[in-house]
Design a protein around this ligand. Structure first.
Ligand code: COA
Length: 501
């Protein structure tokens, strides 16, 4: 991509330029029609002139011809992009896995003999890479390199020269301690984009190591999650790790796009605190609304519980202006997930009243308007729950959807794993792995119609070391032997074995 990409700058301009004349073309017939009344032949000429203009713009700006291949059969969105993947644990690997699904060649650099620490964490099958690792590292290649060994640095330098993006999520300063400062990388390959996840951005905590829940706590999520009378809570969705990985991926593709125009790489930084805060945007909105009075859509308002200085925990209140709550369904006594999320959206209030058997609430001034209902939300949801408790969550969903009443059954991960529609779309995928056998994973949640993602298994530790040294970095056999002999890509244990032999 490094060599091909300059051609893309004109492509972007051409797209914009091509759009402008297209609009003109649409206008010209109108003008022509006006002229037509006066002089018919003149109008014909205007239309004819407009058409070749479009073709001329495309040619001079080098825009690619539109593919004639069927959608989904003309490569992948990030074909030609090569990633030096120096990530570990969850946040960074989430990002590079997404890039791999979009077609980037992701080369994961791992410490010899050890690899990404998650390979061995939460192991369920003895001797096999854990699901923690396999589910975050699909579609990648693995090379083992001791980045602190001189021969390892030689390989890393070659990788830097041959890749478009370096992605890392080491503790602050670790990359610099390897000698891979921005200045060093930029000098070696001025086109390289260096993308990092850190716990915090510049400031008092910039040197801190951070894991998921630390980010949830410092990014505004924990203080606003949970019930009003309980402690702060972390959520199961990995908004700190996977959420930041997603943010970083967007930063990377944006930087790749800008590089098409500028010809140079740049640093991309995503702090986990910032990523979580971005996802808690509505809570900062509420923080500012507090200065102007109570937050009326929070159920504590209806319960006459005074608001404090900060956005409170809102239990299962709906985040927007439409009150919602989680209520019990048939079977809740034994099934911890026999619940449904129910939203009392104003436009379907009449339908809700009919469904639950309270038709008089449609016109009763105590219930008929959203402001009248706000102080009584608790009792209203209790009445709705009397109805939902007579139905399973799926029966309730079927009935409510007929009336466009927004609701959602609380799906267990077991139910999600068995959901055939998610299998069909490739959001839940079964993958085969040589040491652990078949397992389920979450496929690419972002669907592109012309870049179809296929999920391939995660690499074994160092599985692609030889092919990367040879085919990507073009090292000669003698050089590969020298690097291997140095111990830079061999686990220490094997070095001992070699000595003994
Ligand atoms: N060869 C040689 N050394 C290597 C290596 C390789 N291939 N890969 C990593 N290392 C070294 C690093 O250089 C570092 O050494 P140093 O501290 O002596 O310089 C060491 O391994 C440990 O790296 P570190 O990132 O500190 O790992 P950790 O396990 O101590 O900390 C985190 C893990 C996640 C807390 C930390 O990496 C971090 O805060 N990352 C940024 C935030 C983040 O992404 N958190 C979410 C993780 S899901």
């Amino acid at each position: 991509m490094a060599k091909k990409s300059p051609k893309k700058a004109p492509r972007a301009k051409a797209k914009a330029a091509a759009k402008k004349p297209a609009r003109k073309v649409a206008k010209k017939p109108a003008k022509a029609a006006a002229r037509k009344k006066a002089a018919k032949p003149a109008a014909k000429k205007v239309v004819k002139k407009a058409a070749p203009k479009l073709t001329a713009v495309k040619k001079t700006n080098g825009a690619p011809k539109m593919s004639t291949k069927p959608f989904g059969q003309d490569g992948k969105a990030l074909d030609g992009v090569r990633i030096l993947d120096f990530t570990h644990v969850q946040s960074g690997p989430t990002c590079t896995q997404l890039l791999a699904w979009f077609g980037a060649d992701v080369i994961k650099v791992e410490r010899p003999g050890v690899g990404d620490i998650t390979r061995g964490q939460l192991q369920d099958v003895k001797g096999a890479d854990s699901l923690y690792f396999t589910m975050l590292n699909h579609n990648k290649r693995s090379i083992t390199i001791d980045s602190k060994h001189p021969q390892g640095k030689r390989v890393l330098d070659a990788l830097i020269k041959n890749c478009d993006v370096l992605v890392e999520n080491f503790a602050p300063g670790a990359l610099d301690r390897m000698g891979l400062t921005w200045e060093y990388i930029h000098k070696l390959n001025p086109r390289m984009i260096v993308a990092s996840v850190k716990g915090f951005g510049p400031g008092p905590y910039e040197d801190c190591k951070v894991y998921e829940n630390v980010a949830q706590c410092t990014g505004g999520s924990a203080s606003t999650t949970g019930f009003l009378d309980g402690p702060p809570l972390v959520t199961g969705a990995q908004i700190g790790d996977s959420g930041t990985g997603l943010h970083l991926a967007l930063g990377i593709v944006s930087a790749l796009y800008q590089r098409n125009r500028t010809g140079r790489g740049q640093k991309v930084l995503c702090a986990m605190q910032d990523g979580v805060l971005n996802l808690c945007r509505v809570k900062l909105r509420d923080q500012q609304r507090l200065a102007h009075g109570p937050l009326k859509e929070y159920s504590q308002y209806g319960q006459n519980i005074p608001f404090g200085e900060a956005t409170p925990r809102a239990g299962n209140d709906s985040g927007g202006g439409q009150p919602g709550w989680i209520i019990k369904c048939k079977g809740w006594e034994t099934d911890p997930n026999a619940y449904i999320y129910f939203i009392t959206q104003a436009p379907v209030w009449g339908a809700i009243c009919d469904v639950i058997g309270e038709p008089t609430w449609k016109t009763d001034p105590e219930y008929a308007t959203p402001p009248a209902r706000l102080p009584k939300l608790k009792s209203i949801f209790e009445r709705i729950e009397q109805w939902t408790m007579t139905k399973t969550k799926f029966e309730a969903m079927d009935i409510l959807n007929k009336y466009d009443i927004p609701c959602g059954p609380i799906l267990s991960l077991k139910e999600i794993a068995e959901d055939q529609s998610l299998r069909k779309t490739g959001t839940v995928v079964e993958v085969d792995h040589p040491t652990r056998g078949k397992y389920l994973t979450v496929g690419n949640p972002i669907k592109l119609s012309d870049s179809i993602s296929e999920v391939t298994r995660s690499p074994l530790l160092g599985e692609h070391t030889d092919e990367i040294l040879k085919d990507v970095l073009k090292f000669k056999d003698s050089e590969i032997a020298e690097i291997k002999g140095s111990g830079a890509i061999t686990p220490p244990a094997k070095k001992e074995d070699a000595k003994a032999a």
